[in-house]
Design a protein around this ligand. Structure first.
Ligand SMILES: C[C@@H](Nc1nc2c(c3cc(-c4cn[nH]c4)ccc13)C(=O)N=C/C2=C\CC1CC1)C(C)(C)C
Length: 318
């Protein structure tokens, strides 16, 4: 079976001839698979329990033939590399093992038992400002760590911000990510970008509602594109709906490019001020992570390790 070159030492293929599996190399038979959590075009994410430890994981199963047919090897390696780079920070889904068999690649990952942030926003209608401030702080801290290590997510949205057993955020789904100045040589679109105040990359459009205007107009996604998506997520936590929602994708894109959104009147002035400084058409004029840290909306929040030890505020109906 054609081997997908691995960007990280994780990849391990049990040696079928020996039959015996060496201690730290996992194989399908080491797990009992459970329910499907979500599906992508060439992958499925399921719950799984490791037979020997009874530990619960999420396992992403990727179809090798489909990946090769669709020429997606590069994206699979970017996703694996991003998950590895980010696995040490509490704000991301952790990658524990990878292995493969004749037909599939397997990523063994942390299971976020409380599902998607989106479900809580919809269930509660919207978050009060204490909850919105706390969850926004976790997301900003995670974006800061991600960008600091040269990873741009490019498709941040409440569906791929998951919640763990302690109701803390775990960002996932790096299938559209871009890794800057990395070893796997995807610099083609970047080389002729003279102006690189932030890191840029093109060739991808995120989900309609959270995609930034610069990606819509000339397909250049930079770190500021994740900041735009954060602005949309903050708006949605406070208002209960994303800022740019229209009848169809074309109308949604138009409302983004014309910055046509309205902040509900019952959102505080300090929260409105932050949203207005994030949802800015020119990426160069958008707040940077450091400026977000300083914004009065986060008064009382310390962006250090203690942030991840704070007990999350109870999410209750507004
Ligand atoms: C966005 C993503 N959805 C999800 N991806 C992951 C979950 C996950 C869990 C629930 C959940 C748990 N309890 N109730 C719902 C719902 C959706 C999930 C998880 O626990 N661990 C790793 C995951 C993903 C890791 C993989 C990208 C590398 C899609 C739809 C793409 C599968």
């Amino acid at each position: 079976s054609p081997k997908i070159p691995s960007a990280v030492p994780h990849i391990s293929t049990p040696n079928p001839s020996s039959g015996a599996s060496t201690p730290n190399i996992k194989r399908v038979s080491d797990f009992k698979f459970g329910e499907i959590l979500g599906e992508g075009s060439y992958s499925t994410v399921l719950t799984a329990t490791e037979n020997s430890t009874k530990r619960e994981y999420a396992i992403k199963v990727l179809d090798k033939r489909h990946i090769i047919k669709e020429k997606k090897e590069k994206y699979v390696n970017i996703e694996k590399e991003a998950l590895c780079i980010l696995s040490k920070h509490p704000g991301f889904i952790k990658l524990f093992y990878t292995f493969q068999d004749a037909h599939n690649l397997y990523f063994v990952l942390s299971l976020a038992r409380n599902g998607e942030l989106l479900d809580y926003i919809n269930k509660l209608g919207r978050f009060n400002e204490i909850c919105a401030q706390y969850y926004a702080a976790l997301i900003v801290d995670s974006i800061d760590y991600m960008h600091g290590r040269g990873v741009i997510h490019r498709d941040l949205k409440p569906e791929n911000i998951l919640l763990d057993d302690n109701m803390r955020t775990k960002i996932t789904d790096f299938g559209s990510a871009k890794i800057l100045n990395s070893s796997h040589g995807s610099h083609e679109e970047d080389t002729h970008h003279a102006d690189k105040p932030q890191a840029h990359s093109r060739s991808f459009v995120g989900t309609a509602r959270y995609v930034s205007p610069e990606v819509l107009s000339d397909k250049i996604a930079g770190t500021a594109s994740d900041i735009w998506a954060f602005g949309c997520i903050l708006f949605q936590m406070l208002a209960g709906k994303p800022p740019f929602v229209a009848g169809n994708e074309y109308l949604t894109f138009q409302s983004i490019l014309h910055l046509s959104y309205e902040i509900p009147p019952d959102i505080s002035d300090v929260a409105s001020d932050l949203i207005k400084k994030l949802l800015v058409l020119d990426p160069k004029d958008r707040l940077t992570v450091d400026e977000i840290h300083q914004h009065p909306f986060f008064n009382g929040i310390k962006f250090d390790n203690t942030l991840w030890e704070l007990p999350p505020p109870r999410l209750k109906p507004f």
